[in-house]
Design a protein around this ligand. Structure first.
Ligand SMILES: [Zn+2]
Ligand SMILES: [Zn+2]
Length: 320
């Protein structure tokens, strides 16, 4: 990334921090290293009294009447100074939390008909329970896997932007997409959990991108649950622990990936009880061969989980 763009991002993050008045945008949870509360400028501008003190309703009403137009003007001024960027590239967009025209055009959303197990798109509809040939031969440990995008240049940029370029502000929008793609899975999940990073990698990267996505999905599910009265799954960011650091999976084939992550995950001891009999939804950024998610599922199933589903941002098409 060019230095000038990095500077623009730094300024944007700092304005978020100033807007909350308490620096919440910069708070990192030391245990799981995800921003404790991603408060955006627009979040604050739309709900200014959420962060305010407890004045009387009358006084608050007068304050809001005066402050709201001023905040709206401030937002307009900020959007002129720091126009929102596309979530996947550096192009400017009119609304925050969206893609530019070129990235929309380049995106391939995964859509039905799908294999009921691995979520591979079918050319023809074979019915809701149809499985692809690979899943018939060898049923994966993940009961149902679903993805928002087919992995390509745009979805790779979305995933790497979140992982390496500190585009953590993209998480809420990505969480909304994930919740839409995984509606069926969210409807039956008891627990939502991210694929964990090893402590050493977490220390270097400062946050776990999968935890950010899991958090965003859980927020979306909570909102949807409040609206419809449906039961909402519980978010457990530390449900799994990565007990062994593993070399990067990049460049390895499916068999090598499986042996690379074998035994790398275990269920955190204090969650053992909650896992027994539960239906668990794992969240990750990219599904390549399914080796990592499959190993996580094995650890959960060994601890008595009833079933494990997976929801990811992007899936690599037919790597095997
Ligand atoms: Zn773009
Ligand atoms: Zn399949």
């Amino acid at each position: 990334m060019a230095p000038a763009k990095g500077k623009a991002r730094a300024v944007r993050l700092r304005t978020d921090v100033i807007a909350t008045g308490r620096g919440e945008g910069a708070v990192i949870d030391s245990q799981h290293a995800f921003p404790a509360r991603l408060v955006t400028m627009s979040d604050h501008l739309e709900h200014p009294d959420r962060h305010g003190d407890r004045r009387s309703d009358h006084h608050r009403g007068r304050m809001v009447a005066v402050v709201r137009p001023a905040l709206r003007a401030a937002r307009v001024a900020l959007d002129v100074l720091l126009p929102p960027q596309c979530l996947a590239c550096d192009a400017l967009v009119s609304e925050p939390g969206t893609l530019c025209h070129a990235c929309w055009d380049g995106s391939v959303f995964v859509s039905a008909p799908l294999c009921a197990a691995c979520g591979t798109p079918f050319e023809f509809d074979h019915g809701p329970d149809a499985l692809c040939g690979a899943c018939v031969r060898d049923r994966p440990r993940i009961d149902r896997a679903r993805a928002v995008f087919v992995y390509n240049d745009v979805s790779r940029n979305l995933a790497t932007g979140l992982k390496y370029r500190d585009r953590t502000h993209a998480a809420p929008a990505l969480g909304d997409w994930l919740a839409r793609a995984g509606r069926e899975l969210l409807g039956t999940a008891d627990l939502i959990a991210p694929v964990p990073l090893h402590r050493a990698r977490l220390w270097r990267r400062r946050f776990n991108q999968s935890a950010l996505l899991a958090q965003a999905v859980a927020r979306n599910a909570a909102r949807a649950g409040t609206d419809s009265g449906a039961r909402e799954p519980a978010l457990r960011l530390d449900l799994l622990t990565r007990v062994r650091a593993t070399p990067s999976q990049g460049g390895l084939n499916a068999a090598a990936r499986r042996s690379n992550v074998r035994g790398a995950f275990s269920v955190t001891s204090r969650h053992q009880k909650a896992v027994a009999g539960a239906r668990i939804l794992l969240i990750d950024d990219v599904f390549t061969t399914g080796a990592t998610l499959g190993t996580c599922a094995a650890a959960l199933l060994d601890s008595g989980a009833a079933a494990v589903d997976a929801l990811v941002l992007a899936r690599v098409e037919r790597p095997r």
